[in-house]
Design a protein around this ligand. Structure first.
Ligand code: GDP
Ligand code: MG
Length: 617
């Protein structure tokens, strides 16, 4: 395929608007996969994706479509819709010239539709608007037209109405892709030349237990063949000095499974396998070239900024190395996490991991378990606060110094602090007019500040608020919004700087011992409520012991909330059948002595095992 016969595009939309289903139809209609009942959302190949019915990873496939007697190669990416994975979307659009923007005819434009549309504009991509699910009785095509024209300035004639489920009008989509999307060459006439020096964008990579590293690539210039020697642009870690070269062992296309070929040509997207051993070698965003023929590197990808942090620990200290190796492999396929080492008095050696949201955190943990058999314990997630410390000769701080607080144990002494600040987000909510008052109250309660309020059709409104990240990312914003709007409102957010605030650290003291893993940082107004609720939760979740457990919440030295978990009554006689009275007495006596000894020796400390139970619940 010459580059003028190639089209690269992404399928973008709000969650559940039908991206993966449309991908299935495109694969079937072009004969890439067989039509069958089992071919449902074939692009969602991860176990988590199949179990949860959501797309987590952007997935590429190549299809061949005949139009006007010519064969065209169409490379497309099925993208995730959840806001937690928008980094995946943004990254995968780097190799595209256009997008299909899907809107569900029954729901209309939703928060992620807006976010994705702006993303496409940012990447300067041609947008093909598509209305999906027109087979449903509740489809309201006119309303969706109205929203699309008023929001996106789209011409009605350009909108294609389809049903991804029953396949109606899919031919029209294919025709529009061929006729309206620019080829890679049209976008960048100086590149996509097979005679230029080899230039390859590494846009994704995957580690599999039995196969090792596979690199996913887009060919910008030159031809990539089996047996070629390629060099990575990025310097490897400092010890190794210099760049590393690899011999290409296999190249191929993604249809969507791997299909071996002899070579990949400019404008094509595919995979290659080489002798990459360690994870640090396959850097996403890297530009590869032929050994001895360096090229100007592509811009690469901006690193994702994590918004929530939580500790990740092995259930047993001896499993630390195993967990580390599992994380190393998983981050090959998920570069949006940041990983730091951390230690915890109770849980031992572990990691502090930065995620793009709580769903992301959940998925990461599930993938560790399912793809790498690594079980984990997760601590309470936190957003990243900041503090400015006073200059102090004693501590060697010459000027006011800003520090990040990613976990409670990093919280500085109040006397050392000039100012605290908290991260903020701008939230975009799309809601039916009927729920507007409820949504506004909900945002007010979360100290949101209204920025705008726009009607986009007879029935729909877009509200924009600015509020603390912790309100949106940690405190079940999603569930709250969904339940007050009977599921109709949707939201999206983006980071919006920091704002000065007053912060406190809540310490949790269990039987007289402060437990660092349970400490929390929050704004001053939240201290009371949060402290109380932690104590109550612990009371119900702490596994019962033979002695009573006191639970206290304190700020500094002041205890402001307390609960007691009563001693568990152990049925000492459970194992004693029959009527031997003296034996029963003996057992009872031994038990009461044991409890007394426990109390006296102060060994009523909570053991590691008990904590693991808490974090598991
Ligand atoms: P994605 O999250 O955008 O990838 O959406 P999916 O492709 O996973 O589809 C979400 C749900 O909508 C699935 O239950 C699909 O079967 C359903 N769906 C997708 N397209 C259509 C359509 O055209 N008509 C109907 N009735 N249902 C559809
Ligand atoms: Mg999907």
């Amino acid at each position: 395929f010459t580059p003028d016969k190639i089209r690269n595009f992404g399928i973008i939309a709000h969650v559940d608007h039908g991206k993966s289903t449309l991908a299935d139809r495109l694969l079937e209609i072009t004969g890439t996969i067989h039509k069958s009942e089992e071919n449902k959302q074939v692009m969602d190949s991860l176990q988590v994706e199949r179990e949860r019915g959501i797309t987590v990873k952007a997935q590429t496939a190549s299809i061949i479509h005949k139009h006007d007697g010519d064969q065209y190669l169409l490379n497309f990416v099925d993208t995730p819709g959840h806001v937690d994975f928008s980094y995946e979307v943004s990254r995968s659009l780097a190799a595209c010239q256009g997008v299909l923007l899907l809107v569900d005819a029954t729901q209309g434009v939703q928060a992620q539709t807006l976010a994705n549309f702006y993303l496409a504009m940012e990447h300067n991509l041609k947008v093909i608007p598509v209305i999906n699910k027109i087979d449903l009785k509740t489809a309201n095509i006119d309303r969706v037209y109205e929203e699309m024209t008023s929001l996106f300035g789209i011409d009605l004639e350009d909108v294609i109405a389809i049903s991804a489920k029953n396949g109606s009008n899919i031919e029209e989509v294919l025709k529009t892709i061929v006729c309206k999307l620019p080829s890679p060459l049209q976008r960048d006439p100086k590149s996509f030349n097979p005679n230029n020096n080899l230039k390859v964008l590494l846009f994704d990579s995957l580690f599999e237990m039995h196969r090792g590293v596979t690199a996913y690539v887009a060919i910008i210039d030159g031809v990539l063949r089996t047996g070629d020697t390629v060099t990575s642009q990025i310097l490897l870690n400092r010890e190794q000095k210099g760049k590393k070269t690899y011999t290409v062992q296999e190249v191929g296309m993604l249809r969507p499974g791997r299909e071996k070929t002899d070579a990949l040509y400019p404008g094509q997207v595919g995979y290659f396998i080489c002798n990459m051993k360690s994870v640090s070698e396959a850097q996403i965003g890297d530009t590869l070239f032929r050994e001895g023929f360096p090229v100007k590197p592509l811009p690469g990808f901006v690193k994702a900024l994590p918004v929530v942090y939580a500790g990740l620990f092995p259930p047993l200290p001896v499993e630390y190395d195993q967990l580390r190796s599992a994380i190393d492999k998983l981050i090959l396929n998920d570069r949006s996490v940041t990983v730091k080492h951390t230690d915890s008095p109770v849980l031992g050696r572990g990691f502090l991991i930065g995620y793009l949201g709580l769903l992301h955190m959940d998925i990461f943990r599930q993938r560790l378990r399912q793809e790498f058999q690594a079980d984990t314990i997760v601590t309470v997630p936190n957003v990243t606060y900041k503090a400015i410390l006073k200059p102090s000769r004693k501590k060697g701080i010459k000027e006011p110094k800003e520090i990040l607080i990613t976990k409670a144990s990093e919280f500085p002494d109040a006397v050392d602090v000039i100012q605290y600040s908290q991260p903020m987000v701008t939230v975009t909510i799309v809601t039916p007019v009927d729920y507007i008052t409820a949504v506004m109250d909900f945002c007010d309660n979360r100290t949101g500040e209204e920025i705008s309020n726009t009607k986009i059709s007879e029935t729909q409104v877009v509200l924009v608020y600015r509020m603390p990240s912790s309100e949106v990312l940690i405190d079940n914003f999603y569930d709250g919004l969904k339940s007050l709007s009977s599921g109709y409102a949707s939201f999206d957010y983006e980071e919006s700087g920091y704002e000065v605030t007053n912060l406190k650290k809540i310490d949790i003291i269990v039987n007289g011992v402060e437990v660092e893993e349970l400490s929390r940082v929050c704004t001053s107004d939240k201290v009371d409520g949060l402290g109380r609720s932690i104590c109550q939760k612990l009371k119900t979740n702490l596994p019962g012991q033979l002695y009573p457990i006191s639970i206290q919440a304190a700020v500094g030295k002041t205890v402001f909330a307390r609960e007691t978990r009563p001693a568990m009554k152990k049925d000492v006689l459970a194992k004693c059948y029959g009527g031997d009275y003296s034996r029963k007495l003996k057992l009872l006596k031994r038990h009461s002595e044991k409890v007394k000894a426990l109390k006296q020796s102060g060994s009523a400390n909570i053991s590691r095992k008990v904590f693991i139970e808490i974090f598991k619940r």
